[in-house]
Design a protein around this ligand. Structure first.
Ligand code: A3P
Length: 310
């Protein structure tokens, strides 16, 4: 069973990442002021945000999102594949990253590049990650939710501790070039969030164009878009029976992860379609209480109301 690729105490997937690349990215990658970076902790809605940003750039025209795979539209800066592509790319670059702030290219801190940081309730991130990673050959399989719950709280999961990731990146939140978004707010008011992103990027879209962005980034449409639903990804990465044609599966969960997404089929009878609060279906009372306690401790100092799920 593959383990992680470790770099300075942070776990990376076993495939597609090299320490040398991660190190180079931090020390040598030069951001340009016209660049746009999409930042997230894994399973926070990264691909949804990428789709929205791509559609804003084309004013709702779906040609780009329907002809170029999502991982090529916004390459992953820290991956073996994404780094060289981005390094040699001319003009404004759209890129994605799950890196914690201390591993991110240092050039960001003296650059005018814009970054959007998307945050999701860590309880839902945990559940989403548990179902997603267990289906891939990229990481150690946790075998049970209880085990993954322990790993997550200790930060022994991909990209390290959620709490440290959020704390680190939120230190940038007062910056003019840094926009913080929440998955829960995107769900509640998707159009409002799209407008917020447009304002941040200085893009003016008319009402019809906004409606097109909304339409083509909807869960239903994204699920059907082969350039965004990862149906073309290498199936070797999903050896644990990720059979997209499984007939006994009554429900489908469309789970995409920035790096290596997939369509994920659940055995149970709940459609997990990018919802909020699904953790309630999976945590025991004791786990919910333990999580609350750790959350209070680790996120102490942030203003009340900082996180919309509270
Ligand atoms: P669930 O696993 O809770 O369903 P990421 O892209 O960072 O890997 O995040 C994956 C999560 O985003 C998944 O959550 C997935 O369902 C959700 N998601 C993907 N596309 C979405 C969309 N268009 N609308 C809402 N949620 C979406």
């Amino acid at each position: 069973m593959p383990d992680y690729n470790w770099f300075e105490g942070i776990a990376f997937p076993a495939i597609g990442f090299q320490k040398e690349v991660v190190e180079d990215v931090r020390n040598k990658f030069v951001l340009k002021e016209e660049d746009l970076i999409i930042l997230t902790y894994p399973k926070s809605g990264t691909n949804w945000l990428i789709e929205i940003v791509c559609l804003i750039q084309t004013k709702g025209d779906p040609t780009w999102i329907q002809s170029v795979p999502i991982w090529e539209r916004a390459p992953w800066i820290e991956t073996d594949i994404g780094y060289p592509v981005l390094k040699h790319k001319e003009g404004p670059r759209l890129m994605s990253s799950h890196l914690p702030i201390h591993l991110f290219p240092k050039s960001l801190f003296s650059s005018k590049a814009k970054a959007i940081y998307l945050i999701r309730n860590p309880r839902d991130v945990l559940v989403s990650g548990y179902f997603f990673w267990g289906k891939t050959s990229l990481v150690k399989n946790p075998e049970s939710m209880g085990t993954y719950f322990e790993w997550f709280l200790k930060g022994n999961v991909l990209y390290g501790s959620w709490f440290e990731h959020i704390r680190g990146w939120l230190s940038m939140r007062e910056g003019d070039n840094f926009l913080v978004l929440y998955y829960e707010e995107m769900q509640k008011d998707t159009k409002g969030t799209i407008k917020k992103i447009c304002d941040f990027l200085g893009k003016k879209l008319d009402p019809d164009e906004l409606d097109l962005v909304l339409k083509y980034s909807s869960f239903k449409v994204m699920k059907e878009n082969n350039m965004s639903n990862f149906s073309t990804i290498d199936q070797d990465l999903f050896p644990n029976g990720l059979n997209l044609l499984r007939k006994d599966s009554r429900k489908i969960s469309f789970i995409v992860s920035g790096d290596l997404p997939c369509q994920h089929y659940l055995e149970d009878s709940i459609i997990q379609v990018g919802t909020t609060g699904d953790w309630r279906n999976h945590f025991t009372v004791a786990q919910a209480e333990a999580f609350d306690k750790i959350f209070q401790e680790k996120m102490a100092g942030f203003p009340p109301g900082m996180f919309p799920w509270n």
